[in-house]
Design a protein around this ligand. Structure first.
Ligand SMILES: [Zn+2]
Ligand SMILES: [Zn+2]
Length: 201
């Protein structure tokens, strides 16, 4: 198969099989298993083509960069984790919201996004709060966020920019303290480059 065809097929497959909307960075990382060396620029080019072809759909959350999902999904909603920023599908729908609109208004459609912590982040936080849990999984993510917040922020360098941007987006719905902690935790989990690239776009 020609390389460009293989790239596009791999990207399409990753999005169709993911079960949640993916950022370009996440698409790249997953598709690299099939196409080693796949670049972010190539991912963006293919995402654009797949959108134009109606094969995938973009998911735009307020104040955040777009994610991509299969165009075949029926009506559904999303959940964004304020710690890891990943977006998940929510299949339940409250249904008709006509009653929420002012009298005399007609509701044509609705979008609904829930914010909070995904099960991974909730579990990581619970473990970090137990003193003996520092070595769980041996990953930096298991390190108590409070103890490392300062050094993580210092090491984050360019990542701090993404954190600041995410914090601004969350300002209206989350206390600044939480946002700062989220940014610091994120910096600790994903050192310098990848996420920053996406965040900067
Ligand atoms: Zn999370
Ligand atoms: Zn709905």
């Amino acid at each position: 198969m020609e390389r460009s065809t293989r790239q596009r097929a791999a990207i399409r497959t990753v999005i169709d099989e993911s079960g949640r909307p993916l950022s370009p960075q996440e698409v790249m990382e997953a598709a690299q298993a099939e196409v080693p060396g796949l670049s972010l620029a190539t991912v963006y080019r293919n995402l654009k083509q797949l959108i134009e072809a109606g094969e995938i759909a973009s998911v735009s959350l307020p104040g955040d960069s777009p994610r991509y999902e299969s165009a075949q999904h029926s009506h559904h909603h999303h959940f964004q984790c304020t710690e890891c920023q990943r977006v998940f599908d929510v299949h339940e729908c409250p249904g008709d919201m006509t009653a929420l609109a002012p009298a005399g208004f007609t509701v044509e459609r609705h979008e609904l996004t829930l914010y909070g912590r995904c099960s991974d982040c909730a579990a990581a936080t619970a473990k970090a709060r137990r003193p003996a849990a520092a070595k769980v999984h041996g990953k930096p993510a298991a390190t108590p966020a409070r103890a490392t917040a300062r050094s993580a922020a210092a090491q984050a360098g360019p990542a701090a920019k993404g954190g600041a941007r995410a914090a601004t987006g969350m300002a209206t719905r989350t206390a600044t303290k939480t946002a700062t902690k989220a940014a610091a935790t994120r910096g600790a989990k994903t050192p310098p480059e990848p996420r920053t690239k996406v965040a900067a776009r």
